[in-house]
Design a protein around this ligand. Structure first.
Ligand SMILES: Cc1cc2nc3c(=O)[nH]c(=O)nc-3n(C[C@H](O)[C@H](O)[C@H](O)COP(=O)(O)O)c2cc1C
Length: 151
């Protein structure tokens, strides 16, 4: 069993927090809120996750800062994101992890309830997400990650 931590930021509706909580309920993984904690020694972790809602196609600025400041060399990392579009936005993490020789071993994405800007007028998009199925998928994603080292 690896020594794992997930660094998260979930500031819009707590969507991403629901996902990381579901994982932490099933597995021995530490959660760190990057909006509260800005420095941490990650050298003792075998597996490091970065989880974020997506804002203007980007991981949360505090996640980007945290990775840039704290991610040691040669770590296995993974990404979790919730967004209105349910797309892979992890390209936005390329710059913060540049030069750290990180191995990206998995990516998970799901819909997250969104009431940003004009969407508020129509009651928001992706209402009800992450739902039970999304959370189940997230747990399975993580199970695979710790079992076979990749997901
Ligand atoms: C300021 C802002 C900008 C957003 N920009 C995007 C975006 O570019 N693409 C997208 O798919 N969703 C976008 N969203 C929707 C969020 O990514 C989605 O609601 C996410 O699940 C929020 O996660 P959180 O509740 O954990 O913060 C945006 C939401 C906000 C509040």
């Amino acid at each position: 069993m690896s020594n794992a931590v997930i660094i998260y930021a979930s500031t819009h509706h707590g969507n991403t927090k629901k996902v990381v909580d579901a994982i932490a309920k099933e597995f021995d993984v530490e959660l760190v809120d990057a909006t509260q904690v800005h420095e941490k020694d990650l050298s003792g972790y075998d597996l490091i996750g970065f989880a974020s809602g997506i804002y203007a196609a980007q991981f949360h600025q505090q996640i980007k800062n945290f990775a840039q400041v704290n991610l040691p060399q040669n770590k296995k990392i993974f990404f979790i994101m919730t967004s209105a579009m349910n797309k892979d936005f992890s390209k936005s993490m390329a710059e913060p992890i540049k030069g750290k020789n990180a191995e990206v071993v998995g990516k998970f994405t799901c819909h997250g309830y969104n009431t940003f800007g004009p969407f508020k007028l129509v009651g928001g998009t992706s209402k009800g997400h992450p739902d039970e199925n999304d959370l189940k998928d997230a747990v399975e994603f993580y199970r695979r990650l710790v079992r076979v080292g990749q997901a």
